[in-house]
Design a protein around this ligand. Structure first.
Ligand SMILES: Nc1ncnc2c1ncn2[C@@H]1O[C@H](COP(=O)(O)OP(=O)(O)OP(=O)(O)O)[C@@H](O)[C@H]1O
Ligand SMILES: [Mg+2]
Length: 261
């Protein structure tokens, strides 16, 4: 790891891959809100879209065609990438559909993201990587580059079933690629206000298997959280006094406590 990355501003850098091969569990929504939230707390944050769908890029930019800084340059490793400055503490590297082509390249792309990050000049406290809903090279690249994996899930049967596969993958990465990778935690998202029996049962099963990894904070399902990226705003900007804003805030506290930064 390069000196500039190792240092960060507060000491050790945390590189968090927000990952779950299951689609639609809130990876992008949480990456967007957490990165803005960490930056608002004074952390210097680089946030990266590692998904050819480019949803995170659309959340930050009204017109994603204005993409100034593209993750493809990190995978290519041919030129120095210049993360786009969103504000003093928040820097961004975006993605678009062309990233899908990268995934079809040789397997050595799983090392390229880590290598690309090492050559970055800026110092960051945290890097957040929004991952795509699939296993495969792009996700391996993120898990290889990361110090931590943050796992959003939702109380649905299919999401729970996929959890074991995800933990198997993380274990393989730890064994063969990145021994330092840690599971930062599992965050229950899209929790209905009034809990159904099935949601209760699913949560019980999840807690029986992964008790210590589950964050105390849970994120409710809320229309405002769904709407806010359309205005390029975090929930804290869009609805600062709302319930979900407070939940994201307490998730940030829990994450910073677990990272001890
Ligand atoms: N807590 C929530 N309340 C309401 N809507 C939510 C919540 N979390 C996510 N959503 C909505 O659910 C959908 C899926 O969320 P999101 O795109 O963040 O998931 P994802 O895991 O990134 O999906 P993908 O796997 O396709 O990348 C989006 O429309 C998003 O706005
Ligand atoms: Mg997504």
């Amino acid at each position: 790891m390069s000196e500039s990355l190792k240092k960060g501003r507060g000491g050790i850098i945390s590189i968090i891959a927000v990952n779950n091969q299951k689609g639609g569990v809130g990876k992008t929504t949480l990456t967007f809100n957490l990165s803005k939230g960490f930056a608002a707390r004074g952390k210097k944050v680089l946030v990266i879209d590692n998904d050819p769908q480019g949803n995170l890029t659309s959340a930050f930019f009204e017109n994603p065609l204005d993409l100034h800084s593209n993750i493809i340059d990190l995978y290519d490793g041919e030129k120095q990438i210049d993360p786009y400055k969103l504000d003093d503490n928040l820097f961004f590297i975006g993605a678009d559909i062309h990233l899908a082509k990268i995934a079809e390249r040789d397997f050595d792309i799983i090392f390229k993201l880590k290598e690309g990050l090492q050559t970055l000049k800026s110092d960051f406290d945290m890097i957040l990587i929004d991952c795509l809903p699939a296993f495969g090279y792009l996700n391996m690249a993120a898990l290889n580059a990361a110090t931590h994996v943050l796992i959003p899930t939702k109380p649905s049967p299919f999401a729970m079933v996929g959890m074991k596969d995800l933990f198997d993958t993380v274990a393989k990465v730890q064994k063969r690629l990145n021994a330092d990778l840690k599971v930062l935690g599992i965050i229950l998202n899209l929790v209905e206000g009034r809990k159904t029996t099935i949601a209760n049962e699913l949560e019980t099963v999840l807690r029986e298997n992964y008790e210590f990894l589950i964050f105390d904070t849970r994120i409710n399902k809320g229309v405002k959280l769904e709407e806010s990226p359309s205005f390029n705003q975090s929930i804290m900007e869009y609805d600062p006094n709302g319930k979900i804003s407070k939940q994201i805030d307490s998730l940030i506290n829990e994450i910073l406590e677990r990272l001890q930064i």
